[in-house]
Design a protein around this ligand. Structure first.
Ligand code: 5CA
Length: 182
């Protein structure tokens, strides 16, 4: 016999009758920056860039990965195209830090107030310096996490730059083989 579904615990952390508080924090941050981006809650997971691309019917390159790194121990947020891996040496160059490393899941939650899979590009617990992958600017619209692994919002990359007061630069790892061809 199978267990009956648990009662009293709505799915995905959403309280009964309303969106998750994490989504509401993102909504408030978007409104505070006069961004009229619509938050789309998906029935399918948007936890990873590939999941999110599938859920909204776009390319992985148009998904914004919101990744926390520690630059000389201080948290920064890197907004990377889902198609790219982040080159920490390039991030070090862009930030002027001597040492850059990826933050752990715990450090990410502590710095942003959000859990991995739902980390948004804005609306964090405390302001974080933001660096954006220039590859995102090749698209008219990109999709970023909206606080949970089931929600995204669409935004023009230029609006994302403005709303985050971010620095745009080359932060992508070269695809394998490129270095050899130069
Ligand atoms: N919702 C999607 C698309 S908008 C999303 O949040 N994607 S993400 O790329 O920003 O978040 C997932 C990323 O978190 C992974 O690419 C990976 O780089 C990172 N990650 C996953 N697990 C860990 C972990 N244990 N420690 C540090 N980083 C992790």
């Amino acid at each position: 016999m199978t267990e009956p579904p648990a009662t009293g615990s709505p799915p995905r952390g959403a309280p009964e009758g309303g969106p998750a508080p994490a989504i509401e924090r993102v909504r408030a941050a978007l409104a505070a920056r006069n961004l009229s981006a619509e938050i789309v809650e998906c029935s399918a997971s948007t936890r990873t860039a590939a999941d999110a691309a599938r859920a909204v019917g776009t390319s992985v390159a148009q998904i914004v990965k919101s990744l926390v790194f520690l630059a000389d121990g201080r948290p920064i947020l890197v907004l990377a195209s889902g198609a790219n891996r982040v080159d920490v040496r390039k991030v070090a160059r862009l930030t002027g830090a001597a040492h850059v490393q990826k933050a752990t899941a715990d450090a990410t939650r502590e710095a942003t107030g959000f859990s991995i899979g739902g980390v948004p590009p804005l609306g964090h617990a405390a302001p974080l310096p933001v660096y954006l992958d220039e590859a995102l600017l090749a698209h008219p619209v990109v999709y970023a996490a909206a606080g949970t692994p089931y929600a995204v919002f669409a935004v023009a990359p230029s609006d994302l730059v403005r709303a985050t007061a971010g620095t745009v630069g080359d932060i992508a790892e070269e695809p394998p083989g490129d270095a050899a061809r130069r």
